[in-house]
Design a protein around this ligand. Structure first.
Ligand SMILES: [Zn+2]
Length: 741
């Protein structure tokens, strides 16, 4: 089973886990990454005649490929097989500079060599297969395993959790100059099996190398390996002049050549630290892995297999990157090139189409307030299902081949869909949609709790890729994205929701709210089969599966915080008939809420969940007041653990770029900076408020890293915030809680 592929000294290396659990290294010296160049024939010739470029090329060919996904015909392109797979970017930049802007079009440049190897050989991580090694050439003989399999077996991996403790005083930020106090190596599956390494720093380093060699782990998990643990260990080993070998190649850890980066995605700024790669082992940084946090190792395995991404990359990948890898594979096997710098232009639009296109997915705005006996129905993966069933992709909406297509797009006069070919997006979505449905079935029908957990983790991982597949379609950096495809999906969505609303009305229901893929309805004098009849008719008429979420005893559509007149469509909370609380967009659900507030709000909701009607909720007011008072007292007498009061904020600028000098966040940022830690845009700031109302002070707050046993929180400010959080759920029922002076 392939566990870790990478390029080293120009060659592809694979670490393979054998049936008997031993790990072996094989090398493919015959293969190299290929990039493609398109331009006039004479210019292409000049490329290979340039010595500087030719010296990096092993072989070249003129081939016919589809340059753009929208192309109807293949064109002649120059294929350059590189001498070293890591030359890709260097050679592409040189070629680009040879001509005027746009004269050379370059393809497959920023695809990882590991990825293109996987695509070309039709293999994938954790695939069970046989491989023949001869003359440093690998011949992959596929066995029964393939990406569609839902019953694959994995070997017993040897996984450890690594933690390094620097020698620092309480309330100080660790620096690279602090020496190591101790190291803990924990067995990932048996937590009680932990090895502690202590002693002089040089002994610790030597012993760490020895222990890792002895344990020979496949996976090393850390909490901050990319941003701290490994860069720190590197510094410590350099100052002690110790070769710190933790990988399987016997290459000592060394300093990366550049810094991490801030980048903008889906309306948010993020920070990506450099990654610490251990050749032959998989290093997973749990702080830098969305996939792992949402779906665990089982979800990560599934994504790496299905998207053909190395585990190291998959664990750090944004979900968009997983989706794109799946698309690249489908493009490559269809002879379509992957543009280095995507340039699919928008189709020109009429004013009418523009106005309609701007509507997005909102149909019925909710009327704010509290309601009883409301049913919710949700379409299952609606956007991906629309793209899949309606064949929506960059190259199939307003395609070049069928200008008279009968397949139209609702409302949009000038939009049509291809009649001749399947798009790359629907082709890629098929495996995600179908496998997820199978995993959900398996999860629901198995009685084995261990298997149930595995199936659920895998379907969750696939769900995340599906959820973001739509945003990715309109994302301007996506290689195969196009805003017209995005607009077409929204148009179908509105049509389906409108149709659904009409069907519900014809069944005597009143529509309270409908957005994107959910609808909330109400009916007096219900009879037994009303909901199942409705569900059946919606599915038959729209052609899309819908699930009946349940009936709320009561539900609240919450007004927006900024403007009480404007409801915000994704803010609501309510209680189903079985007592389950469901909430969206309110504090207890949000990741930036301090633990203390989430817990109190959740506690109030739990009490409210016993009420069967709006009146019964109102009867609980004395009980809710008591809870509120009790927590106010806790705050007042400083009984709340400071860890529960940590507020978090993703910062939007580097610390030096802030101008407003009077916020609690900036106070914390500056203190951190003085202590030696300058946060960059996209990183998360954690802080505690200490003296909110002393506006001229620089000590209104303290960053979490500098909190110590003497830190005292600002009880007054936290009391006000507590009241705000409680009021979000009590005010709709007429209860406004206040902090008494
Ligand atoms: Zn067509």
């Amino acid at each position: 089973m392939v566990i870790d592929p990478y390029v080293l000294n120009g060659n592809m290396i694979f670490w393979i886990k054998e049936d008997n659990s031993t790990t072996i290294r094989v090398e493919d010296k015959s293969w190299n990454h290929k990039i493609y160049v398109a331009s006039d024939k004479s210019l292409l010739k000049s490329v290979i005649e340039t010595d500087e470029i030719f010296s990096m090329v092993k072989e070249y060919h003129f081939l016919s490929k589809y340059e753009l996904i929208t192309d109807m015909k293949r064109s002649q392109v120059l294929e350059l097989e590189l001498k070293d797979s890591s030359y890709s970017l260097k050679i592409a930049e040189k070629i680009e500079k040879m001509g005027r802007f746009g004269q050379f079009r370059l393809y497959n440049v920023d695809i990882l060599p590991e990825q293109s190897y996987f695509y070309e050989h039709n293999i994938f991580p954790l695939m069970k297969c046989k491989v023949h090694v001869s003359n440093s050439k690998l011949n992959w003989i596929r066995k029964e395993d393939n990406v569609w399999s839902t019953e694959y077996e994995l070997p017993l991996f040897n996984n450890i959790h690594l933690k390094v403790y620097p020698k620092i005083k309480e309330g100080k930020i660790p620096r690279f100059t602090d020496s190591i106090a101790s190291v803990a190596i924990q067995n990932y599956d048996r937590i009680e099996d932990t090895i502690y390494i202590q002693g002089s720093e040089i002994d610790i380093l030597y012993q760490l190398v020895k222990e890792i060699e002895k344990i020979n782990p496949d996976f090393i998990l850390t909490e901050d390996g990319d941003s701290f643990t490994f860069p720190y260990l590197t510094h410590r080993s350099e100052s002690n002049k110790v070769d710190l070998i933790l990988d399987r190649e016997s290459i000592p850890l060394c300093r990366p050549k550049k810094d991490g980066i801030s980048y903008f995605s889906y309306g948010k700024i993020h920070f990506k630290p450099l990654t610490a790669k251990l050749f032959g082992r998989i290093h997973i940084d749990t702080d830098n892995s969305f996939v792992l946090n949402e779906s665990g190792l089982q979800g990560l395995y599934e994504l790496a297999r299905i998207c053909r991404l190395p585990l190291h990359t998959a664990s750090r990948a944004s979900i968009g990157k997983c989706m794109s890898s799946l698309q690249f594979y489908n493009a490559m096997i269809n002879d379509i090139l992957i543009p280095w710098k995507p340039t699919l232009a928008e189709h020109p639009k009429s004013l009418g189409d523009l106005l309609i296109a701007d509507r997005g997915g909102l149909i019925f705005e909710p009327v704010m307030g509290v309601y009883e006996k409301v049913a919710e129905l949700d379409f299952v993966s609606l956007y991906p299902n629309i793209m899949f069933k309606k064949n929506i992709s960059a190259e199939t909406v307003i395609c070049n081949c069928c200008p008279h297509s009968k397949l139209r797009v609702p409302e949009l006069l000038n939009y049509y869909r291809c009649e001749k070919r399947r798009g790359i997006v629907p082709i890629s979505l098929e495996i995600l949609l179908k496998k997820r449905a199978i995993y959900k079935d398996k999860r629901n029908s198995t009685t084995d709790p261990k298997l149930k957990k595995i199936y659920d983790a895998r379907q969750t991982a696939l769900k995340w890729v599906l959820v973001t597949s739509f945003g990715y379609l309109g994302f301007n950096n996506a290689k195969f994205g196009r805003i017209d495809a995005h607009i077409a999906v929204c148009a179908f969505d509105r049509q389906i929701l409108l149709q659904t609303a009409r069907i519900a009305e014809s069944h005597g229901f009143k529509i309270l709210h409908a957005i994107v893929d959910s609808i909330w309805i109400q009916k007096k004098d219900l009879t037994n089969n009303d909901y199942s009849d409705l569900k059946t008719e919606i599915e038959n008429k729209t052609g899309f599966p819908i699930s009946f979420e349940g009936v709320y005893k009561w539900i609240v559509f919450v007004p927006s915080k900024n403007n009480a007149m404007l409801p915000v469509s994704n803010r609501y909370f309510g209680v189903f008939e079985d007592g389950t609380v469901k909430m969206r967009g309110i504090e207890a659900r949000r990741h930036d809420t301090a633990e203390f507030f989430s817990n109190v709000q959740q506690g109030i909701l739990d009490i409210m969940s016993e009420a069967n009607s709006i009146k019964e909720v109102k009867d609980l007011v004395p009980k809710i007041r008591n809870i509120f008072q009790m927590h106010l007292e806790l705050l007042k007498y400083k009984k709340v653990p400071i860890n529960d009061l940590v507020l978090t904020k993703r910062i939007s600028k580097n610390v030096d770029e802030y101008e407003n000098r009077n916020t609690v966040e900036l106070d914390a940022l500056l203190q951190l900076k003085n202590a030696g830690k300058s946060l960059k845009a996209g990183q998360i700031l954690k802080y505690v408020i200490t003296d909110y109302y002393r506006k001229n002070s620089r000590k209104r707050s303290v960053p979490f890293e500098l909190v110590n046993s003497k830190t005292v929180y600002d009880a007054k400010r936290y009391s006000e915030l507590l009241a705000e959080t409680c009021n979000s759920v009590t005010e709709p029922f007429g209860l406004k809680l206040k902090v008494k002076e």
